[in-house]
Design a protein around this ligand. Structure first.
Ligand code: TXA
Ligand code: MG
Length: 329
């Protein structure tokens, strides 16, 4: 299959959206930009199209997908939330959506079981990106996991998508680099208390302020805790290089590097590592640096920040990249 490249870099040009919709309606898989990372889209009401997403990514069938919808009305239509859960979802949608927040809610039966990996719940999100919204408004709800091959970092440019999936998907729509750079916050509203299953750009404090109650963070370190987000039992992407996290107020002196090394640090400390390949530490470019490190084959990625300087979403991705343990995948 030849993957079509569709440019949406000029917002006045609707040809990319037109072609993308045409392919999605025909049951094809089309990658598209969101504010977080690129998504691998398929018609959320077409089980055969959804199966192609799992196939193209090499994604295990027991890891459910996020359904992307256009507005709060669609959010209601795709879920069977009632009572407090429905009120909480409506309040969060009014305050924070469109935006990088995914809500896990009791599913409406119209969402095919394959999208939910057989779960009674569905993950729903309204992306804050003009290209994504234009596509969803016209093509209807779209399932979209991150548009990487399983085991690779999420893509934040159309070029990353093509590196992983060229020849395996019908098209990619190029909307430029993603503004957030890490995946959405996933919040489970199905239980007694709201639980953050995956930290992201929307902080738990922000969610707590909207709901007027404390939010639980799922304890990633507690092996007794059942994996509430099914994807959690899978090993996360980690770069080939050793990832070292240095939390220190002052820039530390690094031991001499044997092989190649990339240093990531906050903008104010950029000049503190003379002679090193230093880059600014930023959620927007973190995954691009991981991809580059794998390509050029550095031995080590040193990440430096002051204690408490990193927000929960960025810290989570760095810790996962540093983890070398394998899981039961
Ligand atoms: O920012 C994002 O969320 C991106 C863009 C493309 O929207 N998408 C994304 O999708 O990161 P994916 O498939 O890579 O991650 C979805 C996460 C997984 O951890 C999955 O296990 C969890 O959401 N999830 C999906 N449905 C769920 C459900 N019903 N219950 C609990 N967790 C669920
Ligand atoms: Mg992913």
């Amino acid at each position: 299959m030849q993957t079509e490249y569709l440019s949406a870099l000029n917002p006045d040009d609707s040809a990319a959206i037109d072609r993308g919709c045409e392919l999605l309606r025909a049951g094809e898989v089309v990658a598209f930009p969101t504010e977080t990372v690129y998504g691998l889209g398929a018609d959320a009401r077409n089980a055969a199209a959804i199966a192609k997403v799992f196939e193209a990514k090499g994604r295990p069938a027991d890891n459910p997908l996020i359904v992307h919808v256009a507005d709060a009305e669609w959010l209601r239509r795709c879920s069977r939330a009632s009572g407090r859960t429905a009120e909480q979802a409506a309040a969060l949608a009014a305050a924070l959506l469109p935006g990088p927040l995914t809500l896990v809610l009791p599913s409406d039966p119209s969402i095919p079981s394959i999208a939910r990996a057989g779960l009674p719940s569905v993950a729903l999100r309204i992306p804050a990106h003009p290209v994504a919204l234009a596509l969803i408004e016209r093509a209807g709800p779209l399932v979209a996991p991150s548009a990487n091959r399983s085991g690779r970092p999420s893509p934040t440019t159309a070029a990353h998508v093509l590196d992983d999936l060229a020849g395996r998907i019908a098209a990619v729509i190029d909307g430029g680099a993603c503004a957030v750079g890490i995946e959405s916050t996933v919040l489970d509203l199905c239980g007694d208390r709201p639980v953050v299953l995956r930290p992201g750009a929307i902080a738990p404090e922000t969610i707590a302020a909207v709901l007027g109650e404390p939010i639980l963070m799922r304890d990633l370190m507690d092996p007794a805790a059942a994996p509430r987000a099914p994807g959690m039992k899978y090993r996360h992407y980690a770069p080939m290089a050793r990832v070292v996290l240095l939390l220190a107020a002052e820039a530390p002196t690094l031991p001499l590097a044997r092989g190649g090394r990339i240093v990531l640090t906050t903008p104010r400390a950029l000049a503190a590592f003379p002679g090193e390949d230093v880059r600014p530490l930023d959620a927007r470019t973190l995954y691009a640096v991981f991809r580059e490190a794998d390509e050029i084959g550095v031995d080590e990625i040193v990440i430096h920040a002051a204690p408490h300087e990193l927000d929960a979403g960025l810290m989570d991705r760095i810790v996962k990249a540093a983890e070398r343990m394998t899981n039961d995948e």
